[in-house]
Design a protein around this ligand. Structure first.
Ligand code: NAP
Length: 307
């Protein structure tokens, strides 16, 4: 039987991806929402999660789609009330708060799932398998998009904890950490902060790889015209391009994998598996690279940004 699930923070990603994915996932039934200003037609809506949890003890699972700075309190509240919890990316505002949630979930025997939707893109697993048999020489990550087009009016991304360009950039890091056969660590970073904002609009990263590959990432939110969510990977067995955010893989110009966007259906299927198995899935490696960039990065002040 479907488990009843509540969706919290009815904004862009909840409407664009979570609601349609849940409609196609028999393991869950969307039973209620908690959002200060928004409701979904035909679904019971509450203004906050505390009231929802009090009123609906039948709801077993909570999926949090609020911005990262405002997620911890609700996540803790849901776990304390005995509900399984799924977190949008990035899983929180700090590594320590997510560790705290993981500890609480384990202590209560509940499932906590820190999601990385880009890892479910169609060509990510094929790329990991292809790379596993080759020596990697160079990886160039190019994640450049127009913030005005993809995040119109979302002021939280410019506030401390909102991550700025690392909000999409962490998707690239979630893919990078999924496809590489070993862990790498950040060696240097330049972070470009608009003079009037708390978070960076662009970032250049360089990683140190114990296997000897040169690994760089360029994130930029000032990209007009063609948008890019691509990785070029040079190996001893050919050059792979993982493009469109992980949806497409080509090797030496020949397509090897591609598929429709099934990222969010993949996330809910995984959440259902975790609950069934009584497990958690909390991999903080993408977020650790972002934290390291803020710790190690050279700060460069650039033009003020206004919508
Ligand atoms: P959004 O459109 O701003 O929606 C977030 C919702 O959270 C708001 O509509 C708001 O609804 C609620 N909220 C609660 N407290 C808030 C606060 N203090 N400030 C602002 N909103 C608050 O953001 P989003 O694009 O859906 O992103 C949410 C999360 O999903 C982020 O972590 C983001 O990285 C992730 N994500 C987004 C995308 C995307 O394409 N947009 C893709 C993948 C993942 P109420 O006002 O009704 O409370």
């Amino acid at each position: 039987m479907a488990r009843k699930l509540a969706l919290v923070g009815i904004g862009k990603i909840a409407r664009d991806q979570h609601v349609p994915a849940l409609a196609g996932e028999p393991a869950f039934a969307l039973a209620a929402t908690a959002s200060r200003n928004a409701r979904l037609d035909g679904i019971e809506g509450f203004a906050d999660l505390a009231s929802l949890l009090d009123a609906r003890p039948d709801i077993e699972c909570v999926s949090l789609c609020t911005p990262p700075q405002f997620r911890y309190g609700d996540a803790r509240r849901a776990l304390e009330a005995g509900r399984h919890v799924m977190l949008e990316k990035p899983p929180g505002a700090t590594l320590s708060e997510v560790d705290d949630l993981a500890g609480l979930a384990a202590a209560r025997g509940l499932s906590l799932f820190a999601t990385w939707h880009s890892r479910h893109a169609a060509a990510v697993a094929p790329c990991r398998h292809w790379l596993a048999k080759r020596r990697i020489e160079r990886v160039e990550v190019i994640w450049k998009e127009d913030v005005r087009r993809w995040h119109p009016g979302q002021d939280w991304i410019w506030q401390a904890g909102g991550l700025g360009v690392f909000d999409p950039g962490i998707n690239a890091l979630s893919v990078l950490t999924a496809i590489l056969p070993r862990a790498v660590h950040l060696a240097a970073a330049d972070l470009m902060f608009p003079a009037n904002r708390d978070t960076p609009i662009a970032a250049d990263l360089r990683f140190s790889d114990p296997g000897g590959a040169t690994i760089t990432a360029a994130f930029d939110w000032r990209q007009e015209g063609p948008q890019s969510w691509d990785m070029r990977i040079v190996t001893d067995g050919g050059e792979a391009v993982l493009s469109e955010g992980g949806a497409r893989l080509s090797v030496d110009g020949e397509e090897r994998a591609a598929g429709p966007n099934r990222e969010y259906p993949g996330l809910y299927a995984r959440f259902a598996q975790l609950i069934e198995a009584g497990e958690c899935d909390v991999d903080l490696s993408p977020m650790r690279h972002v934290a390291d960039a803020f710790m190690l990065g050279r700060r460069v002040t650039v033009e003020p940004f206004d919508w």
